[in-house]
Design a protein. Structure first.
Length: 201
């Protein structure tokens, strides 16, 4: 009987410790971070910046196979610190080819990229050769918040075309500029003798 009572006490004590640990984890939301790039801990600067984001931002990360734990933790930390303004998803482009194609770029099976979208604005972060750190995401969000600029290109005299996917075309550069919040337009000096005021570059 005494042994049975001791067993009940141990079970009860274990249950209390588990509940207390869960309460502490939710209340203090802390973890040890021994990674050199602080992959699991958001800096005070990052948290302050995230609190200034008012428009919803969708972060889509493309990576093949099983996503590493640090990546899931980082995205969850961003979601939590933004108060829900930022939402994230991790997609395997080989499994979701149709969905990946909506982003207007070819994603190689060895590439790992994050695409950030807010309204009509987009930005992307390529972390194929390194871990996706909070700093890389931070600067991706900074680009997303930048004012949209207009880049004008001469046309009508044999110049390379913006919409051409041919080797001599500029479609790839146009798409890249769009992901940096830079719109493009072609101007013909025969029709417009002056550079339009809408052109920033």
């Amino acid at each position: 009987m005494k042994h049975r009572w001791n067993a009940y006490r141990m079970i009860l004590l274990t249950a209390i410790l588990v509940v207390a640990a869960n309460i502490a984890a939710h209340r203090f939301d802390r973890r040890w971070d021994v990674t050199g790039a602080h992959l699991h801990t958001l800096s005070a600067e990052t948290k302050t910046f995230l609190s200034t984001i008012k428009e919803p931002v969708r972060v889509t990360v493309f990576t093949t196979g099983s996503a590493p734990r640090y990546l899931k933790d980082l995205l969850q930390a961003y979601e939590h610190a933004s108060g829900g303004t930022i939402t994230a998803e991790i997609i395997d482009p080989l499994v979701n080819l149709g969905y990946a194609a909506q982003f207007g770029t070819i994603i190689d099976k060895n590439d790992t990229k994050a695409f950030l979208r807010s309204g009509e604005k987009t930005s992307d972060v390529d972390f194929t050769n390194e871990a996706l750190t909070q700093d890389l995401l931070y600067f991706g969000l900074l680009r997303l918040k930048r004012e949209v600029k207009n880049a004008c290109f001469l046309a009508g005299h044999g110049e390379y075309r913006l919409d051409s996917s041919e080797p001599e075309g500029l479609k790839q550069w146009k798409d890249r500029l769009a992901r940096e919040n830079i719109q493009t337009q072609e101007i013909v000096f025969d029709l417009e003798p002056q550079v339009p005021q809408t052109c920033d570059v």
